[in-house]
Ligand binder design. Structure first.
Ligand SMILES: [Zn+2]
Length: 339
């Protein structure tokens, strides 16, 4: 478990959710933090439970209506055991690189490849909706483009099937950075230089038709808060950013590669990791599906410090104000409503 109360490994996670009953109990507590209330007649109090039913269904003792715990979630009407859904959601939201259907099938011991594929597909659907709020504001934003995928195979020089991806990432200072500098221990600070003073904040990625100024400036205006510091290389496609209301910090045109690298280290690192993920996990992705993969990457990246939020989101779980934390579940402090 990490300090945020989220299991840090799959075995850990499986101890928290060892079986379908534990998952069902979690769903119930999430939906009715203060105890069951019938959605139809409103009657509260302990519902009737079906001990032998695999599906998680509760029956109101007043009006006899059955309520499914998975209604309105991605698990609705599924024949897959709840525990497999939970473990699958854990894997897709926390593991870097993300899962291919085959890895997923093997790791969870799912019998049929098609089942693994469908499940993964449904969990991913929750990750491919783009985050829409603008990034930047207090934080500077690095913007750059890169070419992704599409190896040339003997089609002659200059022919490629690579796709252009433009990205924007916030550069945030580490919280302990100021303290270290204020402490005045410069020697210690120098010794820690391998540990970066900044980290990547929120990310946006878009598949674009080229490096034209309209395309690039549209990406920035649609994703970055006006007035933010925007760092780019010297490419003229970004020339209008100051006019568009940004504090444009461009590297010198035709500057030395290492200087540009030093100007845009964060987005370059993001691109490098993105390419590793795309080629390693999915063995290259067709342009047709690339934007969906970019969205998935962004989803996981932006929630890497909030795995529980990501976990709830892919399962389609609505989280009320009060719900059991994993810590409560794990420590046994949380008491199952049925006991
Ligand atoms: Zn009822």
């Amino acid at each position: 478990m990490d300090p945020r109360g989220f299991p840090i490994s799959l075995p850990d996670f499986q101890r928290v959710f060892p079986n379908d009953a534990a998952c069902a109990a979690y769903l119930e507590k999430l939906r009715w933090p203060d105890g069951f209330a019938c959605p139809k007649c409103g009657k509260t109090g302990e519902p009737y439970r079906f001990p032998k039913r695999t599906s998680a269904v509760l029956r109101c003792r007043g009006c006899q209506t059955n309520t499914s715990l998975t209604a309105g979630t991605v698990m609705q009407a599924s024949h897959m055991p709840l525990s497999l859904w939970f473990w699958g959601a854990y894997l897709v939201t926390t593991q870097t690189p993300g899962q291919s259907a085959l890895q997923f099938q093997r790791q969870l011991g799912i019998g049929r490849y098609e089942t693994a594929f469908q499940t993964l597909h449904k969990l991913r659907a929750g990750m491919v909706r783009p985050d829409r709020d603008a990034i930047g504001g207090h934080y500077p934003v690095e913007v750059d483009e890169t070419l992704v995928g599409g190896r040339t195979r003997g089609e002659g020089r200059g022919v490629h099937h690579k796709a252009t991806v433009v990205g924007a990432v916030e550069v945030r200072p580490r919280r302990d950075n100021k303290d270290r500098t204020a402490g005045g221990n410069q020697k210690q600070l120098a010794g820690k230089q391998c540990k970066r003073a900044v980290y990547a904040g929120r990310l946006r990625l878009r598949l674009v038709s080229g490096r034209g100024d309209e395309v690039l400036c549209a990406f920035v205006t649609e994703n970055v808060t006006k007035g933010s510091v925007v760092r780019t290389d010297g490419w003229h496609g970004y020339d209008d950013l100051a006019k568009l209301g940004y504090d444009h910090d461009a590297a010198v045109l035709d500057g030395a590669p290492e200087k540009i690298e030093a100007h845009l280290p964060t987005i370059r690192r993001v691109f490098s990791n993105l390419k590793t993920w795309l080629s390693g996990t999915h063995h290259g992705v067709s342009q047709q599906h690339l934007q969906a993969y970019l969205n998935e990457y962004v989803f996981r990246f932006n929630r890497r410090f909030y795995p529980m939020t990501a976990f709830h989101s892919v399962l389609g779980l609505v989280v009320r104000a009060v719900s059991p934390t994993y810590e409560e579940l794990y420590s046994g402090k949380w008491i199952h409503p049925a006991t």
